[in-house]
Design a protein around this ligand. Structure first.
Ligand SMILES: Cc1cn([C@H]2C[C@H](O)[C@@H](COP(=O)(O)OP(=O)(O)O[C@H]3O[C@@H](C)C(=O)[C@@H](O)[C@H]3O)O2)c(=O)[nH]c1=O
Length: 183
């Protein structure tokens, strides 16, 4: 597995070698040893899967507050997704900056979202399926997010935003009072 850094600290792309033969393909999905630096002593405790029917659909931007903050490893199993990490860490040099990476089912890439960053994506193809590996369990009381359409964030979604959940539409926008997340 090859770990590539991005301009946002701890947001990384993990590239995996896909070995094809007459039967199909084989690739490593997860490796605790190779990803130890990203895990920082934590373990994968939950794996979630989502199916998104329509291109343009946006889910996010989501995170969990401490002590349920988590690292997410996000991978596309079907279709294509424009996957986004947004830095909300107070004091970070890249505070409120975002980074996108296109995930598709043919590449074996994963985008890694560290604690203190929000995550969201836009489906680019019908029936896009994502798989998430989490270092913290789902904690509805700790769930939060920011508005993916917030003009202050200016996330350059490739398609017009569509089919957002009522919860996502109601998420806060980042204003002067937003000081960021502390661990
Ligand atoms: C995230 C989650 C949701 N749920 C439930 C709550 C709700 O009834 C239903 C759908 O949840 P949501 O509307 O929050 O699903 P969704 O908007 O797809 O939420 C996801 O968005 C992306 C961007 C992420 O990063 C994920 O971690 C997750 O937050 O599933 C669980 O039972 N366990 C979970 O871990």
């Amino acid at each position: 597995m090859k770990i590539e850094s991005t301009p946002i600290a701890d947001v990384v792309v993990v590239r995996t070698e896909r070995r094809g033969d007459g039967r199909g393909a084989f690739s490593r999905f997860f490796c605790e040893e190779e990803l130890a630096d990203l895990l920082g002593g934590r373990r994968i405790v939950q794996i979630n899967h989502s199916v998104t029917r329509a291109p343009g659909t946006v889910r996010g931007m989501h995170f969990q507050h401490a002590p349920h903050a988590e690292t997410k490893f996000v991978r596309c199993l079907r279709g294509r997704a424009w996957d986004v990490a947004l830095d909300l860490r107070a004091g970070s040099p890249t505070f409120l900056k975002w980074r996108a990476h296109e995930l598709d089912a043919e590449q074996a890439d994963m985008l890694v979202i560290p604690p203190g960053c929000a995550h969201g994506f836009q489906a680019l193809e019908p029936d896009t399926e994502l798989l998430y590996l989490h270092t913290a369990a789902y904690a509805p009381q700790a769930e939060d997010g920011v508005d993916a359409a917030d003009p202050h964030l200016a996330i350059a979604w490739p398609l017009p935003l569509a089919h957002r959940s009522p919860r996502d539409i109601a998420l806060r926008r980042v204003d002067r009072d937003f000081k960021g997340l502390v661990p």
